[in-house]
Design a protein around this ligand. Sequence first.
Ligand code: SAM
Ligand code: SF4
Length: 459
Amino acid sequence: MTPATFIDEDKLHALLKKTSAPPPGDVADVLRKGRELKGLAPEEAAMLINVSDPDLINEIFDAASYIKNAIYGDRLVFFAPLYLSNYCVNDCAYCGFHAGNPAPRKKLTMAEIREQVGFLTEMGHKRLLLESGEDMRNNPIEYILDAIDAIYSVKNGKGEIRRVNVNIAATTVENYRSLKGKGIGTYQLFQESYHRQTYESTHNGPKGNYLRQLYALDNAFDGGIDDVGMGVLFGLYDWRFEVLGLISHAAYLSDTFGIGPHTISVPRLRPAHSVTMTPPAPVSDNDFLKLIAILRIAVPYTGMIITTRERPEIREKAFRIGITQASAASSTAPGGFGKKRSKEADQFELSDKRSLEEMTVSVMKQGFTPSFCTACYRRNRTGVAFMDLAKPGDIQEFCGPNSILTLMEYMEDNASPESRYLGMEVINKSLEGIDNASVRKQTEEKLARIRRGERDLYF
Ligand code: SAM
Ligand code: SF4
């Protein structure tokens, strides 16, 4: 007997069937509710999933853009992944780090971690996502905890990492508590697939336990981590089902812990060394953008992350319809920054290989304000405190000015003279957009202090 969980597969399939031909009037009602920033129930999301008329799909995109703007404005937060170790005991069918891959393994020493962080801070990064394979012997929790200390210890002139988010295998409440104690930002763990049979046939090793993965974020909450990130590896199973799985999981967390997920990630399966699997349920570019828009409407107060797995042109479209955070200038190999390494060490292939500077310039030209802000968790605006602010849109009071301040730091410390010119235009325009005169004045004062050499000023 399969134990009951918050994922009721029969119910989700039935919802998709029941809404297979949604009347346009009902779709319009759902979109109207979405624009009120109230989120959607799984049944309402299922209706949008089943929309096939191109005009109605455009209305879904319009509603998603509206919501993105209303809650997050034009900001886009950048981060980079930092891979510590590709030792892994699991044999996930899609991953270049799978145990059966005979390629040599690499685990960074603390000195190598500090060197990698040096390369990243030199580029201008302030946020990292720490990644590692699962291997209790080679990558025990003590190693991960030491690595976090090593990352935060690097002060590179004016550069430093101010927020370390963590994406490591499901672990114990005690280990989550230790991670929280090291000052991590978000703990991310992807369900990969909410469809149990697909999950179990794709994973071998401790990660093969569907329920361990499904309830890992509960354990993270129990360990005191109140910002958690979820995701699905799109391409493993029908995306329509997976979107309902994500929405159900988000609702479950919100009902159980009083806090929804801080972020949702939308990785799509990529080719990887020694991996023969091709996506069993490929997601087309159009469907990929549609699912991002539907998630934006369904879970409006949750950040959404897109990585360099995706091509620049897809990323640009995705920024408009819901994405709030993007990785930039990534490597998926331990030790991959600063030098050329063999492709064998990569977890998977990337599609967007632009530098952080190229990425920053590109998004500014598209009308976005790049942000390197890390203020919220350092001001204890996490969990319920964050959600309380985010829900009425009040977070904009902080995020807008903070994005300008961190962009100014980037312009002063990392940008080339050509992008600095564009950056100053963006900063000035964003300043004008701050409605509250007192906040605008304080932001101007802080900007002047940054230009005089002070750093890390934030609201
Ligand atoms: N080992 C940990 C785990 O499995 O949870 C850490 C995460 S792993 C370094 C980061 C994520 O990369 C995985 O959760 C998976 O969704 C994704 N991933 C693995 N192989 C991939 C591939 N070939 N294409 C795209 N994403 C992939
Ligand atoms: Fe290991 Fe994670 Fe890759 Fe699976 S996805 S093989 S657990 S690194």
